[in-house]
Design a protein around this ligand. Sequence first.
Ligand code: CP
Ligand code: NVA
Length: 304
Amino acid sequence: MPKRDFLQIPDLTADGIGSLLELAGRMKAGSYRERPLVGKTLAMVFAKSSTRTRVSFEVGAYQLGGHALFLSSRDLQIGRGEPIKDTARVLSRYVDGIMIRTFAHADVVELARHATVPVINGLTDFLHPCQILADVMTMQEAFGGWQGRVVAWVGDGNNVANSWLHAAGVLGFELRVACPEGYEPDREVFERAKRTAKVSVYEDPEDAVRGAHVVTTDVWASMGQEAEVDARMLAFKGYNVDAQLMSLASPDAIFLHCLPAHRGEEVSDAVIEGPQSRAFDQAENRLHVQKALMVELMGGEGGR
Ligand code: CP
Ligand code: NVA
């Protein structure tokens, strides 16, 4: 069996996401007791900060009987210029899977091309697919599925927004993005989603949120955009999810945020702490979906 990577949501089909979430649901309910990662190691390469991704992968690997290694790219030889392709081949001789969080998406593609073990994208400047697996699980818990549901994204057309578009394309729900001009999601990702789902971009957040079942947002300046913070604070003025905006959504709407959140910027304290917020269930679901993913990619008999 060739190794399988998870670099983007379209690496899975709708059925594949369905069975992954079914397994994640059993894990969350406590009815899954197997330990298919006994004797196996996940290398976790981080070039950016992380709370959720690092801890959920590490704890998840442990709960499945395996082990996870935290590797800061600053301390690896990669930080001193060792080629990605060499790092990929060397790590593949030691470990059974590699999770990487970095800047350029092309670096993750390169790593996956040269690694002989599964590679999982733990966030790039372009995509955040593990996050969106947790998000669609949270959506499924709230509504039983995605059919006929509308998701409104408010704010920056960033890595998380691009992965939401991927999910809309694969699962077929409606996605409305509200963002200022110049901060739209990736054009190609948008066009691809448009082939199989109703997706649209608005300038006015109210147009996107009206009647939506999920309202979601993210920070205005992502990791790596620190130099743009001042310009972004101005550009995103008015793109904050507050109680007034939430009141336009469907009465049963939920609020999602991948976290970390900046209260008073993209979301008000009242919304993230309010009854419609599922942000902390969403964070918990990272653990369950990633455990299911590790079982699928790394849990088989096949080794290096
Ligand atoms: N949502 C998310 O990926 O969080 P971390 O940056 O803490 O991993
Ligand atoms: N868009 C954010 C997500 C953090 C989980 C970032 O890339 O920093």
